[in-house]
Design a protein around this ligand. Structure first.
Ligand SMILES: *Cc1c(COP(=O)(O)O)cnc(C)c1O
Length: 432
C-alpha cells in the first residue's frame, strides 16, 4: 500500500466473497499464498495500475503475461474501439482471423496452419486432442510443475494456482483422465526416456512449457529441449510446446526461436490476444489438417476468432513484428537489471528475457519442481508485503514469474531495483 490504505478493496472483496467463490474468478488472484486479501484494480496505464483506494503501483503481473506493451496500449485500445463499433461477434468468418493466423505463422514458422480459440486452456487441451487423433495413441507425458490450463488430463502435478493452493490435483478429475497422463521431472531427460520405453507405442505427445514459468521461472537446461525433440522422434510421439507464456515473450518467435528447437504443435495465448480473450494452436500442416471441419478431430467455439479480440491481437503482433529489433533487446535489458538487483541482494534468481523469479531460501535457482518446493514461502510473503508497501505490484505467490513490459521505463525499473534491495533485506532478516 502506498499511504491510502485498502478500505475500498476490503469492502469490494467482502461483497465479492458472497457471490464469487473465494471472491475471485481465478484462484491466484485471491492473495491466499501471501496471507492477505487482494487489491481491486480500477485502471491501468503503461506499467502502472491504480487500485480502488487510489494507490498507484508499478505492475509486474501485467495480467499474468498478455500485456507486453503495458496497460491500455493505445494501438490496441484504438483497434478494439474501432472493431467493437462494427459488431462484437458474428459467428461467421472475418478477414482478421486469417491475418492474425498469418502473423502467428510468420513469427512461428512451424505453425503452418493455425486454429484460433479463446483461452490458453482451450489451446493446449485441443492440441492434446489433436496429437491423440493424429497418432492414434492415448497417453501423454507432462512435467511436474508445468501448468497447461485446467483441462482434466492436464491438472496432474500442475503449477501456478494449483501449486499455490497446496493441492497438486483437483477434485473432480476422473481417475481415468489422470491415468493417461504420465509425469516426468522437468529437465530430466532420462525420466522421459524411461516413460517412453515403458509405454512404447502408447504416447501421443510430450507437452512442455519450453521455459517453465508456472512454478516460478525454471529455464530448460542446455540440451533438454533438443533431447525431447530427439526422444519424440525416436518414439513417434509429437512434441507439443505450450508457449502460452513464452510465445512472443522470450523472443519474437517464442522459445522455439530462442532455443532453436522446432515442435510439431504449439499453443499460444496471453500476448497473442493483446489483452483480450484469445489463444491459438498451430503446427505442421499434415497434423492441423485433421482439425474439423478439414478433418475428424472435433473442436469448436462460439467466440473463437472473435472480431474484437483479433483486433487487439493484430494490433500487438503487428507492432511486435515491426519493432522486434528494438523491443526484445529492451525487454532483455530491463529483465537483466532486475535480475541483477536480486542477485546483489543475495537471492537466487532465474531469468529468461523479461520473465524472472526470485527464489528465497535456496542456494541456487531450482531446476525442477522438487527443488522449487524446497524454497522458503515465509520469506517470500515478507518480501511481497515489503514490495507492495513500496508501490511494487508483484505476483502474490512464490511460484510465478515477474513480467516486464516494453512500457516499463528504465527509471521505473531503477526504482523497483531499489525496492527489491530493501524488500529482500527485510525478507532475509532473521525472523522472531
Ligand atoms: C496461462 C497458461 C495457460 C492457460 O491459459 P488460460 O488462458 O489461463 O486458460 C496454459 N499454459 C500456460 C503455460 C500458461 O501460462
Amino acid at each position: 500500500m502506498k499511504g491510502k490504505g485498502t478500505k475500498n478493496s476490503g469492502r469490494l472483496f467482502a461483497a465479492a466473497q458472497n457471490i464469487l467463490p473465494g471472491g475471485v474468478d481465478s484462484p491466484v488472484r485471491a492473495f491466499r499464498a501471501v496471507g492477505r486479501t487482494p487489491l481491486f484494480i480500477r485502471r491501468g496505464k503503461g506499467a502502472r495500475i491504480f487500485d480502488a483506494d487510489g494507490n498507484a503501483y508499478t505492475d509486474y503481473v501485467m495480467s499474468w503475461g498478455p500485456l507486453v506493451f503495458g496497460h491500455a496500449y493505445p494501438a490496441a485500445v484504438r483497434a478494439v474501439r474501432r472493431a467493437a463499433g462494427r459488431g462484437l461477434s458474428f459467428g461467421a468468418p472475418t478477414a482478421r482471423e486469417t491475418q492474425l493466423a498469418e502473423e502467428i505463422a510468420f513469427a512461428c514458422p512451424h505453425c503452418e496452419m493455425v486454429r484460433l480459440v479463446s483461452s490458453g486452456t482451450e489451446a493446449v487441451m485441443s492440441a492434446v486432442r489433436l496429437a491423440r487423433g493424429f497418432t492414434g495413441r492415448d497417453k501423454i507425458v507432462k512435467f511436474a510443475g508445468c501448468y497447461h490450463g485446467h483441462a482434466d488430463g492436464l491438472l496432474v502435478r500442475a503449477g501456478s494456482g494449483c501449486l499455490t493452493g497446496g493441492v497438486p490435483d483437483s477434485l473432480g478429475v476422473p481417475a481415468a483422465c489422470a491415468g493417461d497422463t504420465l509425469v516426468a521431472g522437468y529437465n530430466d531427460l532420462q525420466g522421459v526416456r524411461r516413460l517412453l520405453e515403458e509405454y512404447r507405442g502408447q504416447v501421443a505427445c510430450v507437452v512442455v512449457e519450453p521455459v517453465a514459468a508456472n512454478m516460478g521461472v525454471v529455464p530448460p537446461q542446455e540440451g533438454f529441449l533438443r533431447g525431447l525433440r530427439a526422444l519424440c522422434d525416436g518414439h513417434g510421439a509429437l512434441l507439443l510446446f505450450d508457449e502460452v507464456i513464452t510465445g512472443f515473450r522470450v523472443a519474437y518467435g517464442g522459445a522455439a526461436e530462442r532455443y532453436g528447437v522446432t515442435p510439431d504443435l504449439a499453443a499460444y495465448g496471453k500476448i497473442v490476444g493483446g489483452g483480450m480473450p484469445l489463444a491459438a494452436y498451430g503446427g505442421r500442416r499434415e497434423i492441423m489438417r485433421l482439425v474439423a471441419p478439414a478433418g475428424g478431430v472435433y473442436q469448436a467455439g462460439t467466440l473463437s476468432g472473435n472480431p474484437v479480440a483479433t483486433a487487439a491481437g493484430l494490433a500487438v503482433l503487428s507492432r511486435l513484428r515491426e519493432g522486434r529489433a528494438r523491443v526484445y533487446p529492451r525487454l532483455e535489458a530491463l529483465g537483466a537489471r532486475l535480475e541483477g538487483a536480486f542477485a546483489a541482494a543475495g537471492v537466487a534468481v532465474s531469468r529468461v528475457g523479461s520473465l524472472l523469479t526470485p527464489f528465497f531460501g535456496c542456494a541456487r535457482p531450482p531446476q525442477n519442481y522438487e527443488e522449487v518446493l524446497a524454497c522458503d514461502g515465509a520469506a517470500f510473503s515478507a518480501y511481497f508485503s515489503a514490495m507492495l508497501a513500496r508501490g511494487q505490484y508483484v505476483a502474490p505467490s512464490p511460484y510465478e514469474a515477474m513480467f516486464v513490459s516494453a512500457a516499463h521505463t528504465a527509471a521505473q525499473v531503477e526504482r523497483t531495483c531499489r525496492a527489491v534491495r530493501e524488500s529482500c533485506a527485510a525478507a532475509l532478516a532473521p525472523r522472531a
